[in-house]
Design a protein around this ligand. Sequence first.
Ligand SMILES: Nc1nc2c(ncn2[C@@H]2O[C@H](COP(=O)(O)OP(=O)(O)O)[C@@H](O)[C@H]2O)c(=O)[nH]1
Ligand SMILES: [Mg+2]
Length: 303
Amino acid sequence: MGFFDKLKAGLAKTKKAFVAGIDAIFGSYRDVGEELFEELEELLVCSDIGAETAMEVLDTLRDKIHDERITNPEDAKNALFEILRDMIGDGEEIVYEKGRMTVILVIGVNGVGKTTSIAKMAYDIKRKGKKVLLAAADTFRAAAIDQLSVWADRAGVELIAQNEGSDPAAVVYDAAAAAKKRGTDVLIIDTAGRLHNKKNLMNELEKIDRVVSRELPDAIRETLLVLDATTGQNAVIQAKEFKNAADITGLVLTKLDGTAKGGIVISIKKELGIPVKFIGVGEKIDDLQAFNADEFVGALFEK
Ligand SMILES: Nc1nc2c(ncn2[C@@H]2O[C@H](COP(=O)(O)OP(=O)(O)O)[C@@H](O)[C@H]2O)c(=O)[nH]1
Ligand SMILES: [Mg+2]
């Protein structure tokens, strides 16, 4: 399956729940009046863009309909899609520079898809001819280290790990040293998501951050927060917590293929002020895509 088809297939459930609902509403009225707006309000407020964003979208749509003197529902629907498109913002890419290492720290709660996303990223970056090294800084469970190791093999990249229970910052220290020695282009750090409280999480991430800053002072830094799209607005709440603990530079939104809640992509940048950089559309190694707003909108809204 090609890239765009995979995206389309991944968004099929969201399309069915969200876009089909919009289509049905605009298709069932002859003019753009209060009744249509009431139905639309109900759909948007109950969708995963969140109530606040939904109201803002509706206000903007009313203004646009007024300013552009839109009278037929088909034009109004296209105006709505334009508003949603603008809200998504543009995707931002990870920065790579020749001769300069990029360090990607990957954070997020347990089970959201950190390890799998790291493997997918590593696979893609390696295919582009760059040298990738993984650091297994989720040291809570031996299984987590094993899992990353299996994925590293699949992606064909090297891994730095220590034993279960070792200090994550020590793993990162080892990885930084190895990366320098081996001429690594991209170092990706897997972290644990099961830290008991916010203070703990903050300390852990700060410690890792200090090690990277000290050992790799010239590196380009990225901190990606992984969010599980199937959790809808809860993902937004999680992100707000993590924002207090780290300088997040981008989001990875996983499991879009398994959910009708893909509408979250529309509001997430507005709500958090952080761009979505990758989306996960399946469990296989090539099922992570750099986020591109136009492609996303195309896959979601086009027939
Ligand atoms: N369907 C689907 N499953 C995913 C995706 N990303 C991750 N998963 C699954 O989510 C589960 C947890 O992933 P894992 O990487 O171990 O999460 P971690 O605890 O954050 O490291 C695994 O079963 C993955 O296969 C995705 O984009 N789509
Ligand atoms: Mg993991």
